[in-house]
Design a protein around this ligand. Structure first.
Ligand code: ADP
Ligand code: MG
Length: 653
């Protein structure tokens, strides 16, 4: 029964799990068994049932055995061991067989109810069948067998049912197994799905985390942007305030602008008027300028077109002589000087002071500065810009101060600058001023020396001196002179000219031994060609400013003059005396002016004509020992000073 209950339980579980089980038959049998109130049967001893319900009894259940009539003690005691057991079995079989036979006959005495229990069939306790009542006993047994057969039949039916159930259960189990397999497969699939889902979930979680941090960052950015927006709004507010104030200012500025425009209009009208006035004034100015030039020329003419300035240099520190006793400058008179020396009288042996008076256009005492001297020639320099050929000479013995006057000392300063740099400076300054009056100028400079009647370019080094310099006219129609191979340098400022002067000085510097000082034995000629153009009035000027530092005028001791020195002396004397001759010829208005007699006069012929302006510095040494030479120089200069060489004319086209 325990097993039954287990299978029943299993069944009920199975039924619970599935509704396909055929339960009713079993339940019915079970009910039947219970209803019949069968004695407890030990199922260990149950017999096997055939499919047809036949029962082959192998063992007798314990309780059945208990109901079996015990063998008589005699028989038991007679039979022992195996033999007695077999006998017992045989004894049992025998009554059974007999009972089967007997059952065909109803037993009236003992009739047990069909549904009654074994206990009910059995005679009540204390009322046992008598041993002799074999018939009764057989009946009892028969009943019992019938009962058991019924039970067996029932149980077989149950068994069949159970087998069916089992089969069904097996099928069900199989189905369940398949289902289980499917389910486990699905489960695995689901597990895989779950894994995928989990991974996705993990990814999602990660994404969520990332998104969270991103959103946090974005939140921060948004906060920052909000702050920026706030700041921008603030600045917008301040800007709009500024704008408001700016607009106000703009309005004010516009008003001011309108006012200023009006003013500008008025000023423009004024400017127009003034420009017209300026034009008129310029016209007047030009007329005045032309008038000034005319008057200036007139003054120069009145002064004479050839003028002579005398300059006595001061005593140098190195010179022993203490005073200038033999040279006198009449007080307040800047035009004369007196040289005196003691000479033997014609009548006796007594010595008498002889005076030599000289008068010139200007006499500069030793104390006169370069600036003072230049002031007197600046008008002449101006004439060169106005279109007049101008020629300035420095004449005198060596050491009288010619080079100092013309160029300045070696350690030249602003104060000690000579006439050439000062003239150049003035010309460039004046040209710049005249520029505003419509005049434009171009300047070309050259610097040469004439030594022993040969020309040498001072703007090239001596090593390059193998070229021939020839003085030629530019053309037959043009009187302008041109020296072949000479450097004509176009200059635009005084600084450029200063550089040329410096390089000329370098090229000229030679050993200054007294007799062999080539610089003192040669004429140096600096020329600046000035070409002016006034486009507005269609005017052109062309003039040459020549500044000449002549060779020393001293006469050499004839006994010392031999060979080259004699030739050199003759050349110097010849050119200087020829210069005097040209000037006197001009003065005498002679038909033939001997320009060709010397290179110097030939080169300067255009500046030594009646239409040119000449100035001669006669430089005088203050030394006693040079008195004779000083007298010679002054006499030569006086001759020149006495000359009147006509009226200068402007070279204007
Ligand atoms: P030259 O050229 O006639 O031979 P320099 O010009 O060489 O003479 O002058 C001779 C010396 O006298 C130079 O040392 C020069 O500096 C000096 N000298 C000439 N004139 C003056 C002057 N006006 N003031 C100062 N020193 C002068
Ligand atoms: Mg000199």
């Amino acid at each position: 029964m325990e097993n039954m209950n287990v299978s029943e339980n299993k069944l009920s579980v199975s039924m619970k799990a599935t509704s396909r089980l055929p339960v009713p038959g079993v339940l019915r049998n079970k009910r039947l068994l219970n209803e019949e109130n069968l004695p407890a049967i030990d199922m260990k001893w149950y017999c096997e049932a055939s499919a047809e319900g036949e029962t082959i009894q192998r063992r007798v259940p314990a309780n059945v055995a208990a109901t079996r009539p015990k063998a008589p003690p005699v028989a038991r005691s007679q039979v022992t061991g195996r033999k007695s057991l077999t006998a017992t079995r045989a004894g049992l079989r025998a009554p059974a067989a007999s009972a089967r036979v007997v059952s065909k006959k109803p037993v009236p005495s003992v009739s047990a109810p069909r549904t009654g229990s074994v206990a009910a069939v059995a005679p009540a306790p204390g009322k046992r069948r008598a041993a002799w009542d074999l018939k009764g006993q057989v009946n009892d047994m028969r009943d019992k067998v019938t009962l058991y057969k019924d039970k067996m039949h029932l149980l077989s039916g149950d068994n069949v049912q159970l087998r069916r159930n089992e089969e069904m259960m097996l099928q069900q189990l199989e189905a369940t197994g398949t289902e289980n397999k499917e389910l486990s497969h699905r489960f695995r699939m689901l597990e895989l799905d779950m894994k995928t889902v989990q991974e996705k979930l993990q990814q999602s979680i990660q994404q969520v985390a990332e998104l969270t941090s991103l959103s946090a960052r974005q939140g921060q950015q948004i906060a920052e942007q909000l702050q920026t927006i706030q700041e921008l709004q603030d600045s917008k507010g301040s800007l709009s305030r500024l704008l408001d104030s700016g607009e106000i200012k703009l309005k004010l500025a516009e008003q001011e602008n309108a006012r200023l425009r009006e003013e500008v209009k008025a000023l423009r009208a004024q400017v127009c008027d003034q420009q017209r006035e300026i034009g008129e004034k310029e016209e007047r100015l030009h007329a005045q300028e032309m008038e000034r030039r005319h008057l200036h020329n007139l003054v120069q003419e009145l002064k004479g077109n050839i003028r002579v300035f005398c300059r006595v240099r001061p005593l140098l520190k190195c010179e022993a002589q203490k005073s200038l006793e033999h040279i006198h400058f009449p007080s307040q008179d800047k035009k004369s000087l007196v040289l005196s020396r003691t000479e033997e009288s014609h009548v006796g042996r007594e010595k008498e002071a002889v005076k030599y008076d000289f008068s010139f256009d200007q006499v500069f005492q030793p104390s006169c500065s370069q600036a003072e001297v230049f002031q007197e020639i600046s008008l002449l320099v101006q004439s060169a810009l106005d279109g007049y050929h101008v020629c300035i000479f420095a004449y005198g013995q060596t050491g009288s101060g010619k080079t100092y006057t013309m160029e300045g000392p070696d350690d030249m300063t602003e104060d000690t600058m000579g006439m050439i740099p000062r003239a150049v400076k003035q010309i460039f300054q004046r040209a710049a001023e005249l520029n505003s009056k419509g005049w434009t100028y171009t300047f070309t400079a050259n610097f040469l020396e004439i030594y022993n009647e040969t020309l040498q370019d001072l703007l090239v080094r001596r090593s390059e001196k193998n070229v021939e310099y020839e003085i030629k006219r530019v053309s037959v129609a043009n009187e302008e002179l041109h020296v072949t191979n000479l450097h004509y340098v176009s200059v635009g400022s005084e600084e450029e000219v200063y550089k040329l002067l410096h390089s000329a000085k370098m090229n000229r510097s030679v050993a200054k031994t007294l007799l062999n000082d080539r610089s003192s034995r040669s004429h140096s000629v600096f020329q600046l060609r000035i070409e002016g153009r006034n486009e507005i009035r269609d005017l052109k000027t062309n003039a040459v400013l020549s500044l000449v530092d002549l060779a020393g005028s001293e006469r050499l001791d004839k006994s010392l003059s031999k060979g080259d020195r004699l030739k050199e002396t003759q050349a110097i004397n010849s050119s200087l005396s020829n210069l005097g001759l040209v000037i006197t010829s001009l003065s005498n208005k002679e038909a033939h002016i001997p320009y060709r007699n010397s290179k110097l006069t030939y080169l300067l012929q255009n500046s030594l004509r009646g239409n040119s302006k000449m100035l001669m510095f006669v430089n005088v040494s203050p030394l006693d020992e040079n008195l004779a030479e000083s007298l010679n120089s002054l006499r030569f200069a006086s001759k020149v000073n006495d000359c009147v060489i006509g009226t200068a004319q402007v070279n204007r086209k």
